[in-house]
Design a binder for this molecule. Structure first.
Ligand SMILES: Cc1cc2nc3c(=O)[nH]c(=O)nc-3n(C[C@H](O)[C@H](O)[C@H](O)COP(=O)(O)OP(=O)(O)OC[C@H]3O[C@@H](n4cnc5c(N)ncnc54)[C@H](O)[C@@H]3O)c2cc1C
Length: 438
């Protein structure tokens, strides 16, 4: 039996890493605070079906899956919507609970032990090395710990500062999303079924209304938590514009958090690696993080297996950090720039960017594409057309020119973990990504 690996939380990336490591002979245990039947949200998510084959899982029959169609993006004044055509390349809509059933079955069949109803409270440290976890029931020693309990992991936030793993996130980096399926009022089908409202009702955030044959999927996402009264008022206002949204709640109806920021720059330290939402692996505009987490889980397992001397140190785990940044993190970080531009721009400014055609269909099409690359130089050229609103233009152009550099900075990630070089790289990221004071 190989060395002992503890996975904190049955997150998507953690379960993939756990299964791969167990298949390779490691002794892997996942500690999850919920009971099995509670895992996964009660709704469908947009994912790329290729992820199953990439993770060595059987691809579900595409004939039995619904795919997203075209998407219509509204600016706050609702006057200059942009339609992004799916052209047959929409994402698959997959039941989250069905995905969990596949991930758990795969992990169990691979030999992973999953302990449910067990809350992880923190680490056990030996100097700067993580050597185990504290759960609600016990202290568990481990040679390696995978931090996969989502955004508010108690582990990342409790690492010593000198491990260089950022412990917290700030305003504008986390989204509070209410999601619910309502009955459908007949006779009000919009021309495009997937409608997204940017800076909806003049607030920082987005909402969507997805009109299906028999129900309407509603999301209200804001940068601050919403109370019941606020949600009820927002829903009423949404019904005025989208009368197909009925009053009967069919599914969901909870408010959850989603990280919407560039990935954690340093995700590893001695005996520790973060994956999934715990490492902010979502695409910052759409909040999609399932596939990125699962891919990261694969890279992490490969890296651990390649550590044949079983050191599990920041140096031997660094290839995971580096590969994630080069393959995915750099694109997500560049999308974060556009998100921050919109976040820092007043309602009139966002209207201006849409009305003048500075933001186009192409800029909004990252959601359905695997490659999220954006041509910032092209955006800057377009921004030059919008001279009518100089402050917004200058802020946008300034931010977008920063975006030009972001990918290059990420590509400059040190090849090996040298503390001085890593800190310099982190500082460069801060310099090129910080648009607003917090
Ligand atoms: C409304 C909404 C819509 C979304 N839509 C999409 C979409 O369409 N497509 C997409 O790709 N992504 C979507 N996402 C994002 C997606 O849910 C996450 O990015 C993805 O789940 C990856 O997160 P994770 O697996 O790291 O963590 P999580 O999904 O948060 O899983 C973490 C697990 O750890 C457990 N846990 C937490 N704390 C502890 C603890 N202390 N001790 C033990 N266990 C613990 C939790 O119970 C949970 O089971 C959406 C998210 C929300 C909220």
């Amino acid at each position: 039996m190989g060395k002992k690996i503890v996975v904190a939380g049955a997150g998507h990336g953690g379960l993939i890493a756990a299964a791969k490591l167990a298949q390779a002979g490691y002794d892997v245990t996942v500690y999850e605070r919920k009971i099995k039947s509670e895992l996964g949200y009660d709704w469908e998510d947009a994912i790329n079906l290729h992820i199953f084959a990439e993770c060595g899982l059987e691809t579900p029959d595409p004939e039995k899956i619904e795919f997203n169609g075209d998407m219509k993006y509204y600016n706050p004044n609702l006057k200059a919507p942009l339609v992004v055509y799916a052209n047959g390349k929409g994402s698959a809509m997959f039941e989250r609970k069905a995905l969990y059933a596949i991930l758990l079955d795969n992990a169990e069949k691979s030999g992973v032990k999953i302990i449910y109803s067990t809350e992880i409270l923190g680490h056990v440290m030996d100097g700067l090395r993580v050597v185990g976890i504290r759960t609600s029931d016990a202290v568990v020693n481990a040679h390696r710990e995978i931090d996969s309990p989502g955004l508010n992991t108690p582990l990342r936030s409790r690492l010593p500062v000198c491990c260089n793993v950022d412990r917290d996130y700030g305003y504008g980096e986390c989204f509070y999303a209410y999601r619910a399926y309502f009955d459908k009022v007949p006779g009000h089908d919009p021309d495009v079924s997937y409608e997204i409202f940017l800076m909806h009702q003049g607030e920082r955030g987005i909402s969507w209304v997805v009109t299906k044959d028999s129900y309407v999927d509603v999301l209200i996402g804001r940068m601050a938590p919403m109370n019941k009264q606020k949600l009820a008022k927002t829903l009423d206002e949404m019904r005025a514009f989208s009368p197909q949204i009925g009053e009967t709640l069919l599914r969901g109806g909870t408010q959850e958090q989603i990280p919407v920021r560039r990935p954690l720059s340093v995700m590893v330290c001695d005996g520790y690696a973060a994956v999934g939402d715990a490492a902010y692996m979502t695409e910052p505009m759409s909040g999609s993080g399932i596939c990125a987490s699962m891919r990261a889980g694969l890279i992490l397992a490969e890296t651990v297996i390649e550590d044949t001397e079983e050191q599990y140190s920041k140096e031997t785990l660094w290839p995971y950090n580096r590969k994630y940044m080069l393959h995915f993190g750099k694109n997500f970080a560049s999308i974060d720039i556009l998100k921050n531009v919109l976040l820092c721009t007043e309602v009139e400014g966002v209207n201006f960017l849409f009305d003048k055609g500075i933001i186009t269909e192409n800029d909004m099409s990252f959601g359905g594409k695997g490659d999220s690359a954006m041509a910032f130089s092209d955006l800057v050229a377009r921004a030059a057309r919008g001279i009518g609103n100089l402050p917004v233009l200058l802020r946008t152009a300034g931010a977008l020119s920063k975006g030009d550099n972001v990918k290059k900075v990420y590509e400059g990630i040190p090849e090996t973990y040298d503390e001085k070089a890593v800190l310099k790289w982190k500082a460069e990221i801060m310099e090129n990504t910080t648009l607003m004071q917090r």
